[in-house]
Design a protein around this ligand. Structure first.
Ligand code: NAD
Ligand code: AHE
Ligand code: ZN
Ligand code: ZN
Length: 369
């Protein structure tokens, strides 16, 4: 079938809106009509060419919501008409990772996913007869996409897809990192570096966890109003200080924070986020994605003296089992999605959404088809 899609033809090039061909779903696959998709910084990261897994041409996008159109052979858990959120972290329930009870990082389709292919090693997308690659197993920048059954969370059909699409990545990642990875408890002091969609969601998670003090850090002070609205108790611009930001935070917190979250993808900030943690017990969670060749550094003494470095993917959330509940929470007002949506625009304007993000003028743009 034909589908309007924003195709990334090469690194650093604007997306092109073209009509691609989408082949029917094969065994264990599902054809989904995407109604809405957010634009996450990770899409921009891959488009920039910094992603070692980036392949071109590809249909990017991984923060979508849609409706099942057709199911392939053997698909039993979904049927046409079901409302779904595509998952870049699948949940097969059967692999070593799923069964471990220790991680959400299902590996059932991860190897082919990282190559831009469906689990059978081929692509369902083509343009003018040439293959176009998938992205993160989701490719939500296409009106029609093909996704593995195990990479789809079935959600309440009453849920507004133009909002809950944000649970496909940003909001779930930030909230989940606080609850599942850090396990923030009432009264804890937290520092959140980077106040985009992920950082603001982490603030929301910290509020839910009843954190005592929530310190929000960004070099763009325009982000502070929304951070305060979300529940930040302190907002800091590192540019306002002539000493390293970790020193500023250690001084203002009587020795450091209980938990910090890096929501930027900057390895220098990752170091600051670790080093602003309290001696003996402070834990820092890396959420931001850094480019090929980047490495983190600190003095090992920082770890010897009890600080802990962790990482979090999709907030540690198991998509098929946990995301439907988070959608219910959003419908019940327990998760706020509206403040994240600063812009809405049709697919044709998707490059403007990337531009707004780069200029620091948006939190999330929701694209409709
Ligand atoms: P965003 O661009 O909307 O937000 C980033 C924020 O960081 C901006 O407000 C920017 O002003 C701020 N910032 C930039 N440099 C800074 C610095 N040196 N000090 C302080 N603040 C600084 O991005 P986003 O969509 O919120 O994504 C944030 C990061 O999280 C990206 O790296 C993205 O790839 C990553 N991410 C990871 C996961 C995961 O599962 N681990 C999921 C989603 C996104
Ligand atoms: N492909 C990159 C890594 C990208 C990455 O870290 N992705 C995050 C999700 S970002 C969503 O906005 C993630 O969940 N990673 C776990 C996984 O299995 O991909 C690289 O460096 O190769
Ligand atoms: Zn994302
Ligand atoms: Zn699995």
């Amino acid at each position: 079938m034909k589908s309007r899609a924003a195709v990334a033809f090469g690194p650093g090039k604007p997306l092109e809106i073209v009509e691609i061909d989408v082949a029917p779903p094969k065994k264990g696959e599902v054809l989904v009509k995407i109604t809405h998709t957010g634009v996450c910084h990770t899409d921009a990261f891959t488009l920039s060419g910094d992603d070692p897994e980036g392949v071109f041409p590809a249909v990017l996008g991984h923060e979508g919501g849609g409706i099942v159109v057709e199911v392939g052979e053997g698909v039993t858990s979904l049927k046409p008409g079901d409302h779904v959120i595509p998952l870049y972290t699948a949940e097969c329930g059967e692999c070593k990772f799923c069964k471990s009870g220790k991680t959400n990082l299902c590996q059932a389709v991860r190897a082919t996913q990282g190559k831009g292919l469906m689990p059978d090693g081929t692509t369902r997308f083509s343009y003018k007869g040439e293959p176009v690659y998938h992205y993160m197993g989701t490719s939500t920048f296409s009106e029609y996409t093909v996704v593995a059954e195990i990479s789809l969370a079935k959600v309440n059909p009453q849920a507004p897809l133009d909002k809950v699409c944000l649970l496909g990545c940003g909001v779930t990642t930030g909230i989940g990192a606080v609850h599942n990875t850090a396990k923030v408890k009432a009264g804890d002091t937290v520092a959140i570096f980077g106040l985009g969609g992920i950082g603001l969601a982490a603030i929301q998670g910290a509020v839910q966890a009843k954190a005592g003090r929530i310190i929000a850090i960004d070099t763009n002070p325009a982000k502070f109003e929304l951070a305060r609205d979300m529940g930040a108790t302190d907002c800091i611009n590192p540019k306002d200080h002539d000493k390293p930001i970790q020193e500023v935070i250690v001084e203002m917190t009587d020795g450091g924070v209980d938990f910090s979250f890096e929501c930027i993808g900057n390895v220098d900030v990752m170091r600051a986020a670790l080093e602003c943690c309290h001696k003996g017990w402070g834990e820092s969670v890396i959420i931001g994605v850094a480019g090929a060749g980047q490495e983190i550094r600190t003095r090992p003494f920082q770890l010897v003296t009890g600080r802990v470095w962790r990482g979090s993917a999709f907030g540690g959330v198991k998509g098929r089992t946990q995301l439907p509940g988070m959608v219910e929470d959003a419908m019940a007002g327990k998760i706020r999605l509206d403040p994240f949506i600063t812009h809405r625009m049709p697919l044709e304007q998707i490059n403007d959404a990337f531009e707004l993000m780069h200029q620091g003028k948006s939190i999330r743009t929701v694209i409709y088809f």
